[in-house]
Each structure stands twice: as structure tokens, then as C-alpha cells.
Design a protein around this ligand. Structure first.
Ligand SMILES: [Fe+2]
Length: 83
């Protein structure tokens, strides 16, 4: 949880620094992901177990968000802030 919060904050700071135009949308996606992670964490705290749904969520997050949504700001940064 702590890593996720810090990671999202770092990403958002970077996107703001490079003037990424989709920052607000991306931040909204982060909030939604964080809400779901919090729910799974609460479930884990109660039961000591992580459901199959959690691992499906994690797989989707890693594939769709990092490889899709996050890659877009990386590309924007390269195109607009090339050295
Ligand atoms: Fe992200």
C-alpha cells in the first residue's frame, strides 16, 4: 500500500513537471486503482487471504495500466522533452 501511494505520487509529480496534458485523467485512474487496492487490503486484513479476483485485478493493472496508460506519458515526455 505504501509503495503504491508513493509510486502514484511520484508519477503524478513527474507528469505535472513535464506538462502532461492527460494528468487529471491519469490521476483519476490512480485514485480508482488505489480505492480498489484499499478494498483488497481491507479484505486481506480481515481474512488473511487474497482472492483470485485480487490477482486478476493485479494482472490487469500491470498489463493495462503500466503498459498502456503509463507508457503514454513516457512517450509524451520523450517527444516533448528530448535532450
Ligand atoms: Fe500511472
Amino acid at each position: 500500500m505504501n509503495f503504491t501511494v508513493k509510486h502514484f505520487a511520484d508519477e503524478e509529480a513527474f507528469m505535472e513537471k513535464v506538462g502532461y496534458p492527460e494528468l487529471r485523467v491519469h490521476t483519476g485512474v490512480h485514485k480508482s486503482l488505489l480505492a480498489r487496492v484499499t478494498e483488497y487490503n481491507n479484505e486481506f486484513q480481515k481474512t488473511g487471504k487474497l482472492s483470485d479476483a485480487f490477482f486478476m485485478f493485479l494482472k490487469t493493472w500491470l498489463k493495462a495500466h503500466i503498459c498502456g496508460v503509463d507508457a503514454k506519458y513516457g512517450l509524451f515526455s520523450k517527444q516533448h522533452h528530448a535532450a
